[in-house]
Structures are given as C-alpha cells and as structure tokens.
Write a protein that binds this ligand. Structure first.
Ligand code: PMP
Ligand code: GLN
Length: 421
C-alpha cells in the first residue's frame, strides 16, 4: 500500500513523513497509478509545520515548532472584527480587497517605508502572504522560468514554484559568526537567461537574517542587469531587533527597483492573528493587475469581516509596533540564553520570531533525528531546518525554535531543554 498522504490517520502521516525526512516522500511515486497527485507535487509531503504541531499535541510537548503566537493581537482589532461580523460584513468583499484596507496598506507603506502606492490599482488584498506568493509566481512565471531564492527557504516557495512548472535556483545562506551570509559569486552565478524572479524574504525565516543595504544593493543591481522581477516576502517587517546590523529596508526603495518589485506582507505576524489570513501585495499596477487576474480564480476574495479590522490595526500608533518588537526581543534574549545554557550553538537572530541553533555541541549530527527524539528526551518540539534546503547537508545540524510564546511557556521549555545537558 502506498504511504504518505494516502494513509488515513494524522499519526500515520506523521510517521511516514518522519521516515522520509518530512517533506520529500519519494516512495509515494513508486505506484503512480495509485497516486492521483500530479507529478510536480509528488515531492511534497505534509508541511513540516503541520507535522510538528501534530507531534506536539500527540506527545504533550511544548511546541516551539510552528511559528504562531499563543496570545491574541491588539484588542481594538479584535473588537473591530467582532463588530464587523455583527454589522453585516459577512459577504464577499471586492476581489482586490475593501477600499479601507487598501488605503490602510498604502498609508502604512508610506509612513513606515516611504513607499508611495495608489490604493486603487497598486494594492491587492490576498488570503495571507501565502496566497500572494502563490498567485504572483503563477501569474509571472512561464514553465521553465527560474526563480532565485535563498535557502533555507519558506516551504511554500518551493511548492508554488513547482505548481507553476518553474524551476527554483537556491542560493545558500551559511552561518558566519551569528549571522547567515551568502557568497556573492554564487548569487551572481544563479542569475542567467531564464531567471524571471528573485523571491526575497527579509527579515528571513528561519535564519532571522535581516539583509543589509549593501546586500540589497547587490541584489538590486543584478535584478536590473538581468531584467528580473523582485518579489519580497516582508511578513516580519516589524520584527527587527534593536541590535540588528541593519533596519528593515524594502528593496523597492532602492533606485530603479520600485517599478520591478512586488512587496508582499500580511497581518498574521504583526498583529498576532495568523488564523485570519489577511495579506496584501503592493507594486506597480502592471504587476498587481497580473497577480489579481490569477488571485481572482484562486480565492476570489477572503476574510470579509477581518479586512476592516486589519485596516484599523495598520493605523495603530507607532508605539504598538515598537512595543510588539521590544516584547519579542525580550523573549528572543530569554530563549537564546536558555538554548546556550542547554549546550546549543545559537545563531542570534536579527529579526523574525525564530532562533536557529547548531546541535553539534550536544552530539547531534542530524536535525531530523534530533527533532524526532526531542519530545521524548525533554518534552519540546523544534523544527529541523534541513527540510528547507535543496542541499540538506547545509542545514543538517541546524534546528529552529519559535519564541513567539508566553513567557511561562518559554520558561517551561527552557527548563525542559536543560535536561539535554
Ligand atoms: N512567509 C514567511 C517567511 C512566513 O514565515 C510565513 C508564515 N507566516 C508566511 C510567508 C505565510 O504568511 P501568511 O500566514 O500570511 O500566509
Ligand atoms: N510561518 C510559520 C512558521 O514558519 C508556519 C506557517 C504554516 O504552518 N504554514 O512556522
């Protein structure tokens, strides 16, 4: 019997996925007749995040795997959503998003990053950043076109690229001191005649890297030289810590880049509402309109009552955003210290709410095996980052922990992790 997604129980799916290194399930392709899934998607199993959360539930472990906060976002925003539900905002919103949300995104882009967009034509609301990324790749990439992204990469990138029949060209980020860096020569070599898109995530999940102005300038010059579209995933735009080497800098602000950049972000992280799935894309009208033409046939529209609530949240005073970041910074410091005390080699993140760590000092040689045994060894769940690489050896010994959890949850996780030493 084929394994993987054809197995009925979540537990069996987890086991199958564990056994195959989570994401790639090559044995699923052995009996193609029994597998109705299109060939280009067969390498993808259940997402690591779903698997790890299920594992945490099954074992009762503290879940520092999947990146979702365990507290709610700002009260005004929650009240606005409840109010919208009770005041008739329950039918399809307009496909591009309600005008109020598009105006709020435009205002937010201007206030925070100095980017000017017309809410009528240059901004589009989406079902989370995930749909914006998928619709963008489907809209702009012909089969065989190449998409450059940095590995480790967010898992939906690989799947969306595969759905479009496009080809991913990963450039590796490698730890150097606390920071992850790329080899400029490798980056240059990745650009070629088939390059259509640079898919750039900064602040970067899972490494916590914030791309510097110098790095972004090199990327921008290569995009211009090769006439490549930049698509940016900026869902952690408000999570850059006070000791980061650089502030968040959208690549669209660099000379010559606005016209070739589509900026993507979402409410999930900034307002702690990952289940609402309200995202957006901003860019020149010709790019936004191409994405809209695909997006309208994916979801058409979503989140009717949540759109006005997110519009309100985007206009909260700066103190909300800085307070959110400061709070996460304290939790970052707490978890980094806890991991260091437990024997990990910690790569202190400049941004996001994830920290990566090398398991070698604890005798670990493989992140998948390590994470597989972690719930049993000490009752904590983490994510092995090797599943986010095309070259898994590059991340073989690196695991990721999320610190967007309440202080008492982090304290508990830290005390459990001490048992490893
Ligand atoms: N990109 C990155 C880098 C992420 O970490 C996530 C998870 N929030 C997403 C995209 C997906 O965002 P959303 O939940 O808004 O679809
Ligand atoms: N962005 C979240 C993370 O990196 C996961 C989102 C998801 O489960 N798809 O943990």
């Amino acid at each position: 019997m084929p394994t993987g997604h054809l197995l009925a129980t979540p537990e069996a799916m987890i086991t199958a996925a564990w056994d195959s290194g989570f994401r790639r399930l090559p044995h699923m392709a052995v009996t193609p007749d029994a597998d109705p899934l299109v060939t280009r998607m067969r390498e993808f199993g259940t997402t690591i995040f779903a698997e790890m959360s299920a594992l945490a539930i099954r074992t009762g472990a503290v879940n520092l795997g999947q990146g979702f906060p365990d507290t709610d976002g700002p009260k005004e925003m929650l009240d606005a959503a409840a109010e919208a539900i009770h005041s008739g905002h329950n039918q399809y919103p307009p496909g591009p998003g309600i005008p109020e949300l598009r105006r709020a995104v435009a205002e937010h882009q201007r206030t925070w990053w100095g980017l000017e967009y017309d809410p009528d034509g240059e901004i589009l609301a989406t079902a989370g950043a995930t749909e914006a990324i998928a619709a963008t790749i489907l809209a702009l990439c012909e089969p065989g076109d190449e998409v450059i992204c940095f590995e480790p990469y967010y898992d939906s990138y690989a799947a969306s690229i595969a759905l479009a029949g496009a080809v991913r060209r990963p450039v590796t980020l490698r730890p150097s001191g606390d920071r992850y860096e790329f080899d400029p020569g490798e980056l240059r070599a990745a650009f070629g005649p088939r390059t259509r898109m640079l898919l750039l995530n900064s602040p970067h999940n899972p490494t916590g890297k914030v791309f510097s102005r110098e790095e972004l300038s090199l990327l921008a010059s290569l995009c211009i030289e090769h006439d490549v579209v930049a698509v940016t995933d900026e869902v952690y735009e408000h999570l850059v810590f006070s000791d980061a080497g650089s502030p968040h800098l959208p690549i669209a602000t660099l000379p010559g880049m606005r016209e070739r950049t589509l900026c993507i972000s979402s409410a999930g992280k900034t307002f702690s509402c990952t289940g609402w799935k309200i995202g957006w894309a901003s860019g020149p009208a010709r790019l936004v309109s191409a994405v809209l033409r695909v997006k309208q046939f994916l979801t058409f529209a979503n989140g009717g009552p949540f759109q006005p609530a997110v519009a309100l949240a985007l206009g909260l005073p700066a103190s909300y955003f800085t307070g959110f970041r400061d709070d996460l910074e304290t939790r970052r410091d707490l978890l980094c210290q806890g991991l260091t005390d437990s024997g990990f080699r910690v790569f202190r993140p400049e941004g996001t709410y994830f920290v990566t760590a090398d398991i070698s000092p604890l005798g670990g040689t493989d992140g998948v095996e390590f994470c597989r045994s972690l719930p049993e060894r000490c009752g904590v769940v983490a994510v092995p980052t090797q599943v986010f690489y095309d070259h898994p050896d590059e991340g073989r010994r690196i695991v990721r922990f999320a610190f967007c959890k309440r202080r008492e949850v982090l304290d508990e996780a830290i005390s459990r992790l001490r048992r490893l030493g």
